[in-house]
Structures are given as structure tokens and as C-alpha cells.
Design a protein around this ligand. Structure first.
Ligand code: ADE
Length: 244
């Protein structure tokens, strides 16, 4: 999968070189390209923001650099398949994810959906956001998805994109060594929408705290039953909305 990220803080994405996502990049399963929005400015100060029409606090990201950045991404997608036959039927638009606190809530099923795409582009807004016309224009060329990480406000889209790239990237075949570990985890289909049960490892007693007896029993049926019960209890306590 190819991932393009446009941001005014490319350094935010250095952690993608670490751990499993870093290995997926090194192995060529993920092709992550981080672009500095300021490369599409033309003034001496590389300006990306201006005051809001209608007044109010803060600054708004100017449309022109974003327009040129998105043009360049679209051009890059075409170049990626030189000489390819035109696709049959209506061509599918590339996905452009715009992180914003006013977006649709990001969840595991969105991560699964995005993990099936050949390309993903992310547009990281800062300040009070991006001039609305950018998203309106982009909707004619991309499948634009405005997505929020949760009901809180970050300083910009970068941290949200890091989280989404990890959630999506780990679902790409081969990125996680043991695909079994994706199956029972919280929010997965196989977990029936329940939160994950608690896990333990050796030693059997640590600082006077013993591992639940049933987990030492070797009785798979009883272990599975205990884990299911704990999942339901934890979900009822922490996320009763998931039980509906
Ligand atoms: N940008 C600022 N806050 C955000 C949030 N909660 N989710 C996604 N992008 C954001």
C-alpha cells in the first residue's frame, strides 16, 4: 500500500520508521511518503495560513498550497501505472483522509476498509483548519473522508494520522507476524464487539498477586469461558454502549 501524508511538520512522522510499521516500510509492504506542504508555497516566508474571512480567532490554512499538493498527489498516482490499460467501468477515486475533530468517528471497521485500498492520502490540517473549498474541490477527484479520532481536540492532524496509519497498517497482510493476534483483540469482529479480556504471563505469583487459577488449569473450554465472561464484564463496566 502506498501512503502519502501532506503536513507542515514532516518530522512528526519519524516514529513510523520504528517497530512493525517501520519493518513493513523496510520490507516494501508499505510505501510511506511524507510531503512538506510548504514545498507548494511560492513566497519567501513559505506562508500556508491567513486570517479567517468573517473574523474570529486563529488562522486558516490557505487553499493554494493545498491545491497544488493535491494536484501533485493525483499526478503521482497516474505516473505509478505508466502504460496501464484504462480501468474498466467508472474509475475508483483514490481515498483522501482529512483528520478533523468534526469528522466521522474513526473505528476498527474504517481501519479494515482503508486497509483494503491500494493508496491512501492524508491531509494534516493545523490552526483553525483548512479553507473549506479545498475539501469541496478535492471531492471531485478523491473519495474524501473527514475523520475524527475522538471527542477531543488535538493541535493538528499529525497525531491522528500517526494513530490511523498504525491502525490501518497493522491490518495489511504480513505486517503482523502472527495474524492470529488480530483475531480476538478488542473491536475485532471475532471478539463480537467486546473489549479484550485481561492477559497474564509468568511468574504465577508476582508481589503477592496470583494469576487466576483457571488459566493454569490447561482446560481450554474453561479458559475460553472465563475469558468470555471477563470480556462481557469489562465491556459492561467501561463501554456499555458496545453491548447494544
Ligand atoms: N485534529 C484535531 N483534533 C482532531 C481529532 N480529534 N481527530 C482528528 N483530527 C484532529
Amino acid at each position: 500500500m502506498r501512503i502519502d501524508i501532506v503536513t507542515i511538520f514532516p518530522d512528526y512522522f519519524a516514529p513510523l520508521q520504528l517497530s512493525l510499521i517501520g519493518k513493513a516500510i523496510a520490507d516494501g509492504r508499505l510505501d510511506v511518503r511524507v510531503h512538506d506542504l510548504r514545498d507548494w508555497t511560492h513566497d519567501r516566508h513559505r506562508t500556508v495560513d491567513d486570517t479567517p474571512y468573517g473574523g474570529g480567532a486563529g488562522m486558516v490554512m490557505k487553499p493554494e498550497p493545498w491545491g497544488e499538493a493535491l494536484d501533485a498527489l493525483l499526478g503521482g498516482y497516474v505516473e505509478q501505472q505508466p502504460g496501464a490499460d484504462p480501468p474498466e467501468g467508472p474509475a475508483k477515486r483514490p481515498v483522501l483522509i482529512v483528520p478533523t475533530p468534526s469528522g466521522y468517528l474513526f473505528n476498527q471497521s474504517m481501519a479494515v476498509e482503508f486497509a483494503a485500498e491500494p493508496t491512501l492520502a492524508f491531509a494534516c490540517g493545523r490552526y483553525e483548519g483548512i479553507d473549506r473549498r479545498v475539501v469541496e474541490w478535492a471531492a471531485d477527484h478523491f473519495d474524501v473522508r473527514e475523520v475524527s479520532l475522538g471527542d477531543y481536540v488535538l493541535n493538528g492532524g499529525e497525531v491522528a494520522v500517526l494513530a490511523m496509519v498504525e491502525a490501518i497498517g497493522r491490518l495489511i497482510p504480513g505486517v503482523i507476524g502472527n495474524p492470529e493476534s488480530l483475531v480476538q483483540e478488542s473491536h475485532s469482529d471475532a471478539a463480537d464487539g467486546l473489549l479484550e479480556y485481561p492477559v497474564y504471563t509468568k511468574p504465577a505469583t508476582w508481589r503477592g498477586l496470583a494469576v487466576p487459577e483457571v488459566l493454569l488449569s490447561g482446560h481450554h473450554g474453561r479458559v475460553a469461558q472465563w475469558r468470555g465472561q471477563r470480556s462481557v464484564e469489562i465491556t459492561r463496566d467501561r463501554r456499555p454502549d458496545l453491548l447494544q
